[in-house]
Write a new protein. Structure first.
Length: 313
């Protein structure tokens, strides 16, 4: 068929629903492991460059990762204003910590990652993403279960960034999209603290799941908002949910944002500026309606679950 010549012999099949499957071609498998927690592939895609796939779900690629990491991190740090202590949960590839360290006010960027095997593989293959950020004296990596670490140690974090894989059945992330976990995080925030989490795709038929997470966050935090960005390796626009202990600037003035970023941030931003933030803070009507009109919450007894290779059938 004209224009449809395929140039890969190996494809990763990502299940969006039970009958909607997307394929990304793999030019080279750089590393494959079944770790204690998940199945990991580090691959080279001709289209997106080197990437990380966990349990059949694409997590990041060097070509488009900024479309995810910048809105995830900078929206939260901007809303805080002067973040010093930032906790990143998950984020094995290091893209989130790399962005956190661009804020000059940050004195501690601590990452808690459950899977040391995945972290080490990312260190080896995804240098374009982590850019050596863990060598920065302000950065620290710790290995453990985020829920357990926070319940045991609490903390006084200015911002908590949850850079998690999807809540697949039996996956390490499933308990972390629940009201109980959000409550634990809220208790670990310093006054004025901000919490942000990837919150699933925002287009039908997935928007109910996104709305459920946003609504659940609204039962824990006084101030919440939600936004999304489009990262092509995820196939669908991916949502984020944010909770805050102080009012959020949901109608940002671009010039004012740019002036703050010029003072506060060192290093290049490719996605995030005042105009981009104004767009992020303007979710479309159908999505706002979904959040406002639904009722279901995500709890440990009945957590949000996404479809994927981890789903029991
Ligand atoms: N459906 C995939 C969503 C991936 C979110 N996590 C990405 C981690 C990148 N640091």
């Amino acid at each position: 068929m004209a224009g449809s010549k395929l140039t890969c012999d190996y494809w990763i099949t990502e299940y969006m629903t039970e009958d909607d499957v997307h394929l990304h071609g793999v030019a080279e498998m750089l590393e494959f492991k079944r770790t204690e927690y998940q199945e990991m592939s580090i691959v080279r895609s001709k289209t997106f460059g080197t990437g990380l796939v966990l349990d059949g779900k694409w997590q990041t690629t060097v070509r488009d990762e900024f479309l995810y990491h910048e809105p995830l991190v900078h929206t939260a740090l901007y809303q805080h204003g002067a973040p010093k202590r930032v906790l990143v949960l998950g984020g094995a590839d290091g893209g989130a910590v790399r962005e956190v360290l661009k804020w000059k006010s940050v004195t501690n960027a601590v990452q808690v990652e459950i899977d040391e095997v995945v972290f080490n593989a990312c260190q080896e293959h995804l240098g374009e993403i982590h850019q050596g950020c863990f060598q920065n004296p302000r950065a620290e990596i710790r290995f453990g279960d985020a829920f357990e670490v926070l319940e045991k140690e609490g903390g006084s974090w200015d911002v908590i960034v949850c850079d998690l894989s999807d809540p697949l059945e039996d996956s390490p992330a499933m308990d972390l999209f629940t009201r109980e976990f959000f409550t634990t995080c809220r208790e670990a925030l310093a006054p004025g603290g901000v919490f942000v989490i990837q919150a699933g795709p925002v287009t039908p038929p997935f928007d109910d799941g996104h709305a459920r997470i946003v609504r659940t966050l609204g039962t824990v935090f006084e101030h919440t908002t939600h936004f999304f960005s489009c990262t092509p390796t995820y196939v669908v626009p991916l949502g984020f949910a944010m909770g805050s202990l102080k009012p959020l600037d949901t109608d940002p003035e671009p010039a004012k944002v740019d002036a703050i970023l010029a003072q506060s941030v060192e290093g290049e931003l490719k996605f995030f500026d005042g105009i981009a933030l104004r767009g992020l803070m303007s979710p479309p009507k159908y999505l706002r309606d979904k959040v406002a009109n639904g009722e279901s919450l995500s709890t440990l007894d009945d957590p949000a679950r996404y479809t994927g290779s981890g789903v029991k059938s």
